[in-house]
Design a protein around this ligand. Structure first.
Ligand code: GRG
Length: 286
């Protein structure tokens, strides 16, 4: 299967799982289910759950064996986007070219839809324990990891720092640190999830964590460049590309992707899909 087909195939099984899991729009209270589905099926690339599935495959597992946990992480990602767009946080009227959740459903419902997706994300991770070959202990470990990677020391903390950051006074070191928390943490979690549920040892987990951190950082720098190239730059924000320009952002993201692939050395060619995913990030247009 070529890589484009691989991505398409994985996206389809992720979409199907999410559709089967989420309450139908008409189920009462209908407005919240509509709002949840609006953002979950709003055109996301599903890159985080694809990382989870590809990591499980690296260990010779079927993607299906970690599918629910992977989709749980996608729901948590969707929650973070809805809250990120709220007037009191980033105040963005559009997401993926469409009106953001609060623009369609109002602020109160958007806030609650985000909350509901966060809760559902954990529920789906727990539901992954119904898969026979998955150890209950590894699900517990993943729940603990998820709380850590999205909590105040990571994603949530990164968002707090993002609110406080001003273009003029943030150093490169602080900006990179903020990106590690705000964006790389959840991406890193999605990779560790596939590894933990597949019984990775400490050495393997360490290598994949390094991969995840470099990928995650590159992902945010590439995102900043895309904002500029697609004329969606927000000058209020201290972004890598705003501060250091496209040329440096491009070479830094390429360096990080190179480092990410290097950290997969111990897996030999078994890591080819993860390497292709890393390269794909450099070419993505959205
Ligand atoms: C309460 C845990 C908690 C978090 C709330 C709002 C928030 C704190 C964190 C948000 C962090 C955030 C929005 C980071 C941006 C990451 C990013 C680059 C998102 C875009 O990811 P893509 O391109 O999105 O994968 P798609 O559209 O493909 O789904």
């Amino acid at each position: 299967m070529n890589f484009k087909k691989y991505l398409e195939n994985k996206k389809n099984i992720i979409d199907k799982t999410l559709d089967e899991y989420l309450p139908p729009e008409e189920k009462a209270p209908s407005i919240i289910h509509k709002a949840m589905r609006y953002s979950v099926f709003g055109g996301g690339k599903r890159i985080r759950p694809i990382f989870t599935l590809a990591t499980a495959e690296l260990f010779g597992r079927e993607a299906e064996s970690v599918l629910r946990a992977a989709c749980g992480i996608e729901l948590i990602h969707t929650f973070s986007l809805i809250h990120d767009d709220l007037p009191s946080i980033d105040n963005d009227d559009f997401r993926r070219g469409k009106p953001s959740n609060h623009k369609v459903f109002g602020e109160a419902i958007a806030l609650l839809a985000g909350d509901a997706l966060l809760i559902s994300g954990f529920d789906l991770i727990i539901k992954n324990s119904e898969v026979k070959e998955i150890k209950k202990q590894s699900i517990l470990k993943l729940i603990k990891e998820t709380s850590f990677y999205i909590g105040t020391e990571n994603m949530l903390g990164g968002q707090v720092e993002d609110i406080a950051a001003k273009n003029e006074d943030i150093t490169k070191e602080d900006l990179v640190n903020l990106y590690m928390k705000k964006t790389a943490a959840l991406i890193c979690l999605s990779i560790r999830a596939g590894a933990i549920l597949s019984g990775a040892n400490q050495r393997q987990l360490k290598a994949l964590t390094k991969y995840g951190e470099n990928i995650g950082l590159a992902f945010q720098i590439i995102d900043d460049m895309l904002d500029i190239m697609q004329d969606q730059r927000d000058m209020r924000k201290p972004t890598y590309a705003n501060k250091y320009g496209i040329k440096e952002s491009k070479s830094e993201s390429e360096r990080l992707i190179g480092e990410a692939k290097d950290s997969l050395r111990i897996f030999n060619q078994k890591a080819d899909t993860l390497k292709s995913l890393a390269d794909y990030l450099l070419t993505r247009k959205k």
